[in-house]
Design a protein around this ligand. Structure first.
Ligand code: ADP
Ligand code: MG
Length: 728
């Protein structure tokens, strides 16, 4: 492969060896073994270039010296064997089923493999084919056989360790073919240029890239070699991700001028923040005070704030946000608070209005020279006329704090001077929405408003460093005093259900309230409504006869929702039968029992959220997780809930159970996917990558000193993200 013009340009700056960019411009069709048919098959697997191919890593390895021989396997044993196909036949079975029988052999003996309903095995497993089989040996009619083993076509490869690739049987690409194409690619590519400065390679004890690619595809001596290679290549993935995040953060900070809020009130002017703090019936927790201080400092600075406030359910994030909103308002700016659901928006609105009753702002145009701080709410259910009026007032600067749902993203929502935007429960909102909320044109000025994102879903450290790596993080790591841990029980048997309802009734008799959360329904909509309604009817006529029950679900008109919540708050309704609309943030201090039905089908974060609805006012509280048919994973989650009430511990467990796939969400797409790196297992690498990224960017803000890295970033990072990457 001769270098192309682009590669030569890079090499012009003293770089030796092959660049990934160059390989990304070589179609796989250029390889000797790849004809048009195979090229199409590879395309189907998402492999179009030599770069795609060498980043298609083995799924596992077979160590020939560790393989069972056919003779040594004992019945009932699961093992991997390497063997050669010697005979095959197929026949139809009754019904429309089919059977393919394949005899294989190694130096020690023979074995029959049977495949049910896989007629294509007849074609796939021609005589002479080398296969790795994974399965359980059994004796059937006196004969040794494996039924439906996993099959990898390994080809006639020499060497001790055989890589097994994710291959595509449907597309007709075998693992041995992939192995040979990769081999050809690496041979022809020659040594790789290494984008990672030697200083960091040796400090972090990482092998060079040439060796890494060789060893991951064709380890010679042992699998350990592949692990060493994996560590290097995983680091490269994480470094690219961290570079993107660090550069994005820097770009945001430099591109935009923020507002230097006047945090202290002007002389003679009462400070809204101080007034708030003195008016509270309780003392702020230490971590609330700290978070407020940090936020004030951020807001006072001209650099736009871009901060994530993490805190377990009930830690008191709303108050911290309100502190920030008041700082903005004090200086004559406005604040937005966006919540993920209407119920929650309504609650924030209500509590903020309550807290700010009689709060005054200076207003020289009035005789009194002051006016009340004005808090309003906007949701998609707000009437057209009211919406128009609110938007007009907002644009005039007559509304100080606007609380709402996604409706705040509407184009007609324009502010006179946005000072702070708060987004509650971040996981429901995407990055795009964050961007809309910072759109200067709508927000009344050249200055970017400060941004505070709040989440009650505790994010493990590693994830916080990746998914939210462009935000600064504050953590509320303690709960207000007087919180009592919630007694959590997994109700595993239907025989114990009655005890749950007895508890609900005795609490209701003591003047408390309860939530009954109905199972998740995939197809939300009318069926969601039907399911809760049915459950309400069942409880009403059975276990909770005589108790005042209320109904709440997402499909209700908002007026009814509000009425129900009001009745529940006042105690007119004692038990709320509901869907997960109450999941986030609903705050009714008299609630002491939450019953989650079919609990195993809920995610851990959700269960933790639901549990957080009770135990708020110092009363002993209960969480019953009802499920007698939980899946294996569901059971793990329920056990975890019984074991701990620490949201951070639960988040770590969740990550273990689920794997990280879901964590990156839609944020990182396509080629940017982490293939080797794991957010769960590679914490040390993530921390290292972050450090290196910060070091490199601080030496060379747009990576001009590291042209290879810059090129790789362009290759692997979404185009949408590119804008901010290389602009200074
Ligand atoms: P989060 O949003 O973090 O889950 P909230 O902000 O909804 O928590 O607060 C939960 C409840 O705790 C609210 O009723 C709030 O008034 C109350 N609260 C907040 N801070 C304190 C504190 N320092 N001491 C006592 N109660 C507090
Ligand atoms: Mg909250």
């Amino acid at each position: 492969m001769a270098p192309d013009a682009a590669e030569q340009r890079i090499r012009g700056t003293h770089i030796r060896g092959r660049s990934l960019g160059f390989l990304s411009r070589q179609p796989v069709g250029a390889l000797a073994g790849v004809g048009t048919k195979k090229e199409a098959a590879l395309a189907e697997m998402g492999i179009g270039t030599v770069l795609d191919l060498i980043c298609h890593y083995p799924r596992r390895y077979i160590d020939r010296t560790q393989q069972a021989s056919l003779e040594s396997m004992t019945p009932g044993e699961q093992a991997v064997v390497l063997a050669r196909v010697v005979a095959r036949r197929s026949r139809p079975l009754r019904g429309r089923r089919s059977l393919v029988e394949v005899d294989v052999e190694d130096d020690t003996g023979r074995l029959r493999c049977v495949f049910f309903n896989q007629p294509w095995r007849q074609r796939q497993l021609a005589e002479g084919t080398q296969v790795a089989l994974f399965g359980k040996l059994e004796i059937f009619q006196g004969r040794r056989q494996m039924a439906n083993p996993l099959v990898d076509l390994v080809g006639d490869r020499t060497g001790r360790i055989v890589p097994v690739y994710p291959s595509s049987e449907k597309a007709g690409v075998a693992t041995w073919e992939l192995a040979s194409w990769v081999e050809e690619s690496l041979d022809r590519a020659g040594p790789f240029a290494d984008p990672l400065p030697e200083k960091w390679r040796s400090r972090l004890d990482l092998v060079d890239r040439t060796r890494a690619f060789r060893s991951i595809h064709a380890p010679v001596a042992s699998e350990k070699e592949a692990n060493v290679a994996r560590r290097r290549l995983a680091f490269d993935e994480l470094l690219r991700l961290q570079l993107a995040l660090v550069m994005r953060k820097r770009w945001l900070a430099e591109r935009s001028k923020g507002i230097a809020h006047r945090v202290a009130a002007a002389p003679g002017e009462p400070s809204l923040l101080d007034a708030l703090i003195t008016s509270l019936p309780f003392k702020l927790t230490r971590s609330q005070t700290q978070a407020i201080e940090v936020i004030c400092a951020d807001m006072a600075s001209e650099r736009p704030m871009h901060r994530l406030l993490q805190g377990d359910v009930g830690a008191g994030k709303t108050l911290v946000a309100l502190a920030g909103l008041l700082v903005a308002v004090q200086g004559g700016h406005q604040g937005l608070l966006m919540a993920p659901t209407e119920v929650l928006a309504e609650q924030h609105f209500r509590s903020i209005r309550g807290l700010l009753t009689d709060f005054l702002l200076p207003d020289l145009e009035r005789i009194e020279l002051t006016r009340p701080v004005r808090v309003e709410m906007l949701t998609s259910r707000t009437s057209r006329a009211r919406r128009d009026k609110l938007c007009a007032d907002l644009e005039n600067g007559d509304v100080d704090i606007l609380v709402g749902t996604h409706a705040l993203l509407g184009e007609d929502v324009r502010l006179a001077s946005a000072g702070l935007v708060v987004i509650d429960e971040q996981h429901r909102f995407g990055v795009e929405q964050r961007a809309v909320l910072r759109d200067e044109e709508r927000l009344g000025g050249e200055r970017t408003p400060d941004l505070l994102v709040m989440t009650a879903t505790p994010i493990p450290r590693t994830a916080a460093m990746t998914v939210f790596g462009d935000l600064d993080v504050s953590v509320l790591d303690e709960l207000p005093e007087g919180r009592v841990p919630v007694v959590t029980r997994w109700v595993r048997h239907s025989s114990r259900e009655a005890e749950v309802w007895e508890k609900v009734i005795s609490e209701v008799d003591a003047g408390r309230r309860a939530f009954v959360v109905c199972p998740l329904i995939d197809d939300a909509g009318p069926s969601e409504a039907r399911a809760v309604t049915a459950e309400l009817a069942r409880l009403e006529s059975g276990p909770l006869r005589g108790v005042r029950l209320g109904l709440l679900h997402g499909q209700m008109p908002s007026r009814e929702k509000e009425a129900t919540m009001a009745a529940f708050r006042s105690g007119e309704v004692s038990v709320l039968v509901t869907t997960t609309v109450i999941e986030v943030g609903v705050d009714v201090s008299e609630a002491t029992v939450v019953v989650v039905e079919d609990a195993g089908s809920f995610g851990l974060a959700q269960l933790h959220q639901l549990r957080g609805r009770v135990g708020r006012a110092g009363h002993v509280s209960w969480c019953f997780l009802v499920d007698w048919s939980a899946s294996k994973e569901g059971a793990k989650r329920l056990e975890a809930m019984e074991e701990t009430s620490d949201g951070f511990a639960l988040a770590e467990i969740d990550l273990m159970i689920r794997g990280e796939g879901t964590l990156l969400g839609t944020r990182q797409k396509g080629r940017n996917d982490l293939r080797l790196a794991s957010l769960v297992k590679d914490e040390d690498l993530i921390v290292a990558a972050r450090r290196v990224a910060e070091d490199l960017v601080s030496c060379s803000p747009t990576l001009e000193a590291y042209p290879l890295l810059a090129e790789e970033l362009r290759l692997f990072v979404d185009e949408a993200d590119e804008e901010y990457l290389f602009k200074s």
